[in-house]
Design a protein around this ligand. Structure first.
Ligand code: COA
Length: 174
C-alpha cells in the first residue's frame, strides 16, 4: 500500500525539491526563486506531498502586504507536481492544504498569477482591486486572481507588496 503524506517542508527536503522543479518546469528556471523563498521561513508556508518517501509535489505561499494597509495577504506560488503524478489531485490538495493553514493564521486573502482553468476550480476569482507588483501584459487577462479567506470582502485595494525574491519583473512578465 502507498504511504501518503502531506506536511510542511523541512530543510532536509531541499535536495528533493530542487530536483522536482526542473522536472515540472523544463522551460523555466524557478530554482533561484524557490531557494530564496525557502530560506526565509518567517514569510513562507511550504508544503510537500510525499508518496512512498518521495516528494512528488510542492507549493509555497509567501506572506505579503498591501502598501499602507493593515492587511495580511499571501501570494501562492510556485506550485509543482512531478509529471508522472500530474492529474491525480496532488496540486489541488497542496493548494487546499495551504489555504487551510493560512485561514487558521488569519490571513485575509491569497493572490495567484496562474491559469484560471486550474485555480478557478479551487475558488480563485479574477482580482481587480489588488494590483500585482508589476504591470501584467494584456495576454495575462484573468490570470491575476485572488481568494478571500475572511469576511472583509471587497475592503481591499492597492498594490500587493511582495518580499525581495518576488521583486523581479521576469517572474511576472514573459
Ligand atoms: C499545474 C499543476 C501544479 C497541477 O497539479 P496537478 O496535480 O496535475 O493537478 P490536479 O490533479 O490537482 O488537478 C487536475 C485538474 O486540473 C487541470 N489542470 C492541471 N494543470 C492545469 C493547467 N496548467 N491549466 C489548466 N488546468 C490544469 C487538469 O486538467 C485536471 O482537470 P480534470 O480533473 O478535469 O482532468 C501540475 O500539473 C504541474 O506541476 N504542472 C507543471 C508546472 C506548472 O505548470 N505549474 C503551474 C502552476 S501555476
Amino acid at each position: 500500500m502507498k504511504k501518503l503524506e502531506m506536511r510542511d517542508s523541512v530543510p532536509g527536503d531541499l535536495r528533493a525539491i530542487e530536483l522536482l522543479y526542473p522536472e515540472a518546469f523544463p522551460d523555466e528556471d524557478l530554482l533561484p526563486l524557490v531557494r530564496d523563498l525557502l530560506q526565509d521561513t518567517a514569510v513562507t508556508t511550504s508544503i510537500v506531498r510525499v508518496i512512498d518517501s518521495r516528494i512528488v509535489g510542492h507549493v509555497i505561499f509567501t506572506t505579503c502586504g498591501v502598501a499602507g494597509k493593515r492587511i495580511s495577504a499571501s501570494l501562492l506560488g510556485p506550485l509543482a507536481v512531478t509529471p508522472a503524478r500530474q492529474g491525480q489531485g496532488i496540486g489541488s490538495a497542496l493548494v487546499r492544504a495551504g489555504l487551510r493553514q493560512l485561514k487558521d493564521k488569519d490571513v485575509h486573502f491569497v493572490c495567484v498569477l496562474g491559469d484560471p482553468a486550474f485555480y478557478g476550480r479551487l475558488g480563485f476569482l479574477p482580482e481587480f482591486s489588488i494590483r500585482p507588483p508589476f504591470r501584467l501584459p494584456a495576454e495575462y487577462d484573468g490570470a491575476w486572481q485572488s481568494q478571500n479567506l475572511c469576511d472583509m470582502g471587497a475592503a481591499y485595494s492597492g498594490e500587493l507588496s511582495v518580499p525581495k525574491p518576488w521583486r523581479q519583473p521576469s517572474l511576472w512578465i514573459p
